[in-house]
Design a protein around this ligand. Structure first.
Ligand code: 13P
Ligand code: SF4
Length: 347
């Protein structure tokens, strides 16, 4: 860890000088960045990349964080599954996770000897915060013998109480592999409904016993949003995340993880896409497909947006206590089994 007092002072001075400029960098809607935005971000980007090298640190950024992180300093960008895999494979001493708490916590659980830092501090997630380990244990006691899956958007305690965890990219395939005709699924009630529908469609129906909440970003989309997109742009392809309500998903051309949506766009010959997901993915797709048009009704995750260039530099210089990820080893050992089971079943 970088500790020279003089160097820290220089970096923090640089941070303060740039703070005013950088406030203009966080956009509230999906729009292309100006050259001025990039010039404002550049000195920060250079400092972060230098400290990262000095400390043998790797930066993993979820696609919902802002482009200054995704393109300026991240070594890897992707969805929850890809980032968990990268964390598992990494040979770095320090993992800086620009995402939300459950993602950084997952990285720490599978890398107990590494330092894992999260610039955003205790950035929650409406799904991960919706259910406790105790509630899962109570649900399992009511349904003895029924296997239990948890979405990766859950706390270490919830993972520890389940047989395996899943991500939006592998939930349907892993659920299909679970034994029996009943399945406990937590903590996304809307994904649980989508899971039930998809398993029926595949001819392998299961009774899904669900508990938890919903994503405060994706649960806002309504069938009317899809209908409006189709009316305004007749040739549009509408893509949604499986955290959206089933009545919304039913009207879309594709439902999948953030990586799934990105792959769909890359493979498609169509030119216009409606995105029922978070702003960060819209920014990414706009940057990566300048020949295509993206229509985004709304949807921003305040938790993801707590990550910035400023607090990323901060964690590399002197992390605050709430930016250092720690997990109780007894819980971590059980949660690790559930995460490793996912890697095994996702093969
Ligand atoms: P993905 O794994 O599809 O990126 O989803 C993460 C998430 O939090 C979606 O809201
Ligand atoms: Fe959680 Fe929703 Fe934010 Fe994803 S978008 S991190 S599910 S609150």
């Amino acid at each position: 860890m970088f500790r020279t007092v003089e160097k820290q002072a220089v970096v923090m001075q640089e941070a303060q000088r740039l703070y005013g400029l950088l406030r203009n960098v966080s956009k509230t809607k999906a729009e292309k960045w100006s050259l001025d935005d990039c010039i404002a971000a550049a000195p920060y980007t250079l400092s972060i990349n230098r400290f990262k090298q000095e400390q043998n640190a790797v930066i993993l950024a979820h696609s919902y964080t802002t482009p200054d992180l995704v393109y300026g300093v991240a070594d890897f960008r992707g969805d929850s599954y890809e980032l968990a895999l990268k964390a598992r494979e990494s040979s770095a001493d320090t993992i800086v996770f620009a995402g939300v708490w459950f993602m950084a916590e997952t990285a720490k659980i599978i890398n107990p000897s590494k330092q894992v830092l999260i610039p955003a501090g205790k950035a929650g997630c409406s799904l991960a915060d919706s259910l406790t380990g105790e509630q899962v244990r109570a649900l399992r006691a009511k349904h003895p013998g029924v296997p239990a899956l948890c979405y990766i958007n859950s706390s270490a305690e919830v993972k520890a109480a389940c047989d395996a965890c899943v991500t939006s990219g592998n939930v349907f395939d892993i659920a299909q592999k679970m034994p029996g005709d009943e399945l406990i699924f937590v903590p996304d009630m809307l994904m649980a409904e989508n899971l039930s529908i998809e398993l029926k469609r595949r001819g392998t129906p299961k009774k899904i016993i669900a508990d938890g909440g919903s994503c405060c970003v994706h649960d806002k989309f309504r069938p009317g949003d899809v209908e409006r997109l189709r009316k305004d742009y007749p040739s549009i392809r509408v893509l949604a995340h499986p955290e959206c309500a089933p009545e919304v998903c039913a009207l879309c051309d594709y439902v999948g993880s953030t990586k799934g949506m990105a792959s769909y766009v890359a493979a498609s010959k169509d030119k216009i896409f409606g995105l029922l997901t978070e702003q960060g993915l819209v920014n990414r797709l706009e940057a990566e497909h300048p020949d295509k048009q993206f229509v985004w009704p709304f949807g921003m995750c305040a938790y993801m947006k707590k990550n910035s260039l400023i607090n990323t530099l901060e964690v590399l210089v002197e992390p605050r206590a709430e930016q250092i990820v720690k997990v109780d080893e007894t819980i971590a050992a059980k949660a690790r089994k559930s995460i490793e089971k996912m890697f095994e079943l996702a093969q």
